[in-house]
Design a protein around this ligand. Structure first.
Ligand SMILES: *[C@@H]1O[C@H](CO)[C@@H](O)[C@H](O)[C@H]1NC(C)=O
Ligand SMILES: *[C@@H]1O[C@H](CO)[C@@H](O)[C@H](O)[C@H]1NC(C)=O
Length: 150
């Protein structure tokens, strides 16, 4: 649906302002990006009400999409796909709460202008690892950097 709108709009732009259209990052509009958030928090049952209680709560949204809430056990993943809109304003923000220590925050875990290039490295995927000291980003699922300490 959004993709069809992108294509129609792109064709209109090509027909009306051809030289300008060449400067637009058209290639990004057709990519399907994957975002994978893994709960890599340390196993800790001491602070939880019961040993099988989920330790991480995640809820990601954009302006027009709600990926839904999820209570995650250690090692579980939260994932969705997205395309980038024509104006490259696509933004998904996530509320996350570490139940054990009541840490919480809202972080931008997919942002078109920041991620459109760097997430092409490995299968068009943005990897996030939730750890005790923050949210680590990787574009290859191997080297990680803490981008959102908490
Ligand atoms: C969120 O974290 C703050 C401290 O940064 C804490 O005071 C608050 O109780 C937490 N809220 C929830 C819902 O866990
Ligand atoms: C990322 O790496 C982990 C640990 O090596 C592996 O279990 C997982 O399948 C990988 N995910 C992807 C999408 O490659």
């Amino acid at each position: 649906m959004a993709n069809l709108e992108n294509i129609v709009f792109l064709l209109l732009v090509l027909l009306t302002t051809y030289p300008w259209a060449l400067a637009v990052r058209q290639d990004m509009l057709f990519k399907n990006y994957h975002i994978i958030i893994t709960n890599d928090l340390p196993k800790d049952t001491f602070h939880l009400p019961s040993p099988d209680a989920p330790q991480l709560f995640v809820h990601c949204k954009s302006g027009d999409r709600d990926i839904g809430p999820k209570a995650m056990l250690n090692g579980e993943v939260y994932t969705w796909d997205t395309k980038i809109n024509f104006f490259r304003t696509t933004l998904f923000f996530c509320y996350e709460r570490w139940e054990n220590f009541l840490k919480n925050g809202t972080f931008d875990l997919f942002k078109a202008t920041r991620d459109e290039d760097r997430c092409l490295e490995h299968q068009d995927t943005c990897f996030w690892s939730v750890r005790s000291d923050g949210f680590y980003f990787s574009n290859n699922n191997q080297t990680w950097r803490n981008e959102y300490p908490w």
